[in-house]
Write a new protein. Structure first.
Length: 155
């Protein structure tokens, strides 16, 4: 795991940087024939968890990018709670991943593209922990286009 110190940089620049890192994860998924969604988790300016979809490779419907990143971050911190952490994910989390985020007590979620079919907000926006701050639209067009082009090629 590579750690990147980003302390002292403005939030907008840091959000762009870390979303670009999530996009790199999404491109790894794309190269492996997976739905191109990527995630990173940041704590105190360092990436402590990374993940991309592995559902096909692992034959596991729960192997979403966020779930991979949650596990890596929890292992790094030595505990299940991700307080003072931010999840950057290229697409709005599904209900399963939002529920997992609830249990981690993650402080902040930043996602790129909305998922108008399966995103958690389509079902209920109170799935997340009440203290979790959510921001969306960061590099949203680039994140959305990656997924759209993947499904266009599948048809």
């Amino acid at each position: 795991m590579r750690y990147i110190d980003f302390e002292g940089t403005s939030v907008d620049n840091a959000d762009d940087f870390f979303m670009q890192q999530a996009l790199k994860e999404a491109k790894l998924a794309l190269a492996a024939g997976e739905v191109p969604i990527g995630a990173v988790i940041v704590h105190k300016g360092n990436i402590i968890g990374r993940g991309h979809n592995l559902t096909q490779r692992l034959n596991d419907v729960t192997a979403h990018a966020e779930m991979q990143a949650f596990t890596a971050a929890a292992n790094h911190l030595g505990g299940k709670y991700l307080v003072d952490c931010t999840l950057y994910v290229t697409v709005e989390p599904c209900v399963m991943c939002a529920g997992a985020a609830y249990w981690t007590h993650i402080s902040r979620i930043v996602y790129g593209a909305q998922d108008e079919k399966r995103g958690y907000s389509q079902f209920h926006d109170k799935i997340l922990h009440p203290k979790t701050i959510v921001e969306h639209g960061k590099l949203g067009e680039e994140c959305a286009e990656l997924v759209k082009s993947f499904f266009r090629q599948k048809r």
